[in-house]
Design a protein around this ligand. Structure first.
Ligand SMILES: Cc1cc2nc3c(=O)[nH]c(=O)nc-3n(C[C@H](O)[C@H](O)[C@H](O)COP(=O)(O)OP(=O)(O)OC[C@H]3O[C@@H](n4cnc5c(N)ncnc54)[C@H](O)[C@@H]3O)c2cc1C
Ligand code: FES
Length: 274
C-alpha cells in the first residue's frame, strides 16, 4: 500500500504530482477532503488535499508545493517507493449542489484542490466559470484539466506572461458585474482568499474558502488547526477545511501560520545541507 505509481514535476519543479495506491481511501473520498501523509517512520505528518481519486484503480492523486523540509522529502520519493502512512479521507467534503452559475477561483497549488470541486459542480448541472492564476506562465498548473472541468475558463498571471495581466480578483469583478452568480469557491494562498472575499462581500455572493492552518492529528484532538469563523473557534480538520469566507478571520490565520517560521527554516536548511 501507498506505493507511488506516477510522479510528475510541475511548475518548474516547484510543485510535484504523486498518484499513490490507496484503495480504501480512493473508495470513500469525496471532493474537498484531505489525507495526512508521512514519508517514513520518523517523518512529519503533512496534510494534503486530494486533487483526484480513481476508485477503480484504487489510487489517489496529491499535488503539493515544495515549501519546506517535509515537502522536499516527499519530492525525493520516486515511482515504486512508498509513503510510510497515509490516513484519510479526512475533513468534510464540499457540499456540491445545483445552484445555477458558480465561479471557481484558484491560485497557485490551490488549483489542484479546486479541480475536483469544479468538475463536481459542472457534473451536477451548474454553469461553472473558472478563474485560475499564478505568478507567471511557468507556475500555472492544470490549465487543460480546468478547461474540461468548467464551462468557461479565464487564466491570469501577475506578470502578464500569459492570459489576463493581473490578479484573479480583476476578472472576478468583471464576472460578478455581468452574471447572476450564486456561489464563489476560492482556494489558494490566504491573502488571495481574503481579497476574493472582500470582493464577493460587496456583491453579496456566498463564498466558500478552503483553509490550511497547521495541523497535527487531523482528527479534532490537538486543537492546533483552530480558526475563528463568525467569532467562534472551529477546528479546520473536522469542521472544515471549507468555511464561509465572509466569516473567516484571515489575519489571525496568517499570523498562526507564521508561528514556527524560525524552526521550519532551520529544519529546511539542515535537510538541504545533509
Ligand atoms: C487541509 C490542508 C490541505 C492542504 N492541501 C495542500 C495541497 O493540496 N497542496 C499543497 O501544496 N499544500 C497543501 N497544504 C499545505 C501543506 O500541508 C504544507 O505546505 C506542508 O505541511 C508544509 O510542510 P513542510 O515541512 O514542507 O514545510 P515547513 O517549512 O514545515 O512549513 C512551511 C509552511 O507550511 C505550513 N505548514 C507547516 N507544517 C504544517 C502542517 N503540519 N500542517 C499544515 N501546514 C503546515 C506553514 O504555513 C509553514 O509556514 C494543505 C494544508 C492543509 C491544512
Ligand atoms: S489538527 Fe488537531 S484538532 Fe485539527
Amino acid at each position: 500500500m501507498f506505493e507511488i505509481l506516477e510522479r510528475q514535476d510541475m511548475a518548474d519543479g516547484t510543485v510535484v504530482l504523486n498518484e499513490i495506491s490507496a484503495p480504501l481511501i480512493a473508495k470513500k473520498a469525496k471532493p474537498g477532503q484531505f489525507v495526512i501523509l508521512k514519508a517514513n517512520e520518523t517523518g512529519e505528518r503533512i496534510p494534503l488535499t486530494m486533487a483526484d481519486t480513481d476508485p477503480n484503480k484504487g489510487t489517489i492523486t496529491i499535488i503539493y508545493q515544495i515549501v519546506g523540509k517535509s515537502t522536499a522529502l516527499f519530492k525525493s520519493l520516486q515511482v515504486g517507493e512508498r509513503f510510510q502512512d497515509v490516513i484519510g479521507p479526512l475533513g468534510e467534503p464540499t457540499h456540491i449542489e445545483k445552484l445555477g452559475t458558480v465561479v471557481c477561483v484558484g491560485g497557485g497549488t490551490g488549483v489542484a484542490v479546486l479541480h475536483p470541486i469544479t468538475r463536481g459542480m459542472k457534473k451536477i448541472g451548474n454553469h461553472v466559470i473558472a478563474i485560475i492564476g499564478a505568478r507567471n506562465k511557468d507556475l500555472l498548473i492544470l490549465e487543460d484539466k480546468m478547461k474540461t472541468a468548467s464551462n468557461e475558463l479565464h487564466v491570469c498571471t501577475d506578470d502578464g506572461s500569459y492570459g489576463h495581466h493581473g490578479f484573479v480578483t480583476d476578472v472576478l469583478k468583471d464576472v460578478l458585474e455581468k452574471e447572476a452568480v450564486k456561489l464563489v469557491v476560492a482556494i489558494g494562498p490566504v491573502p488571495m482568499m481574503k481579497f476574493v472575499c472582500s470582493v464577493t462581500k460587496k456583491y453579496k455572493v456566498k463564498t466558500l474558502v478552503s483553509l490550511n492552518p497547521i495541523m497535527v492529528d487531523g482528527t479534532g484532538m490537538c486543537g492546533c488547526c483552530r480558526v475563528s469563523v463568525g467569532g467562534k473557534t472551529r477546528f479546520a480538520c473536522i469542521d472544515g477545511p471549507e468555511f464561509n469566507g465572509h466569516e473567516v478571520d484571515f489575519d489571525e490565520l496568517m499570523q498562526r501560520l507564521q508561528a514556527y517560521k524560525e524552526q521550519e527554516s532551520v529544519a529546511y536548511e539542515k535537510y538541504l545541507h545533509e
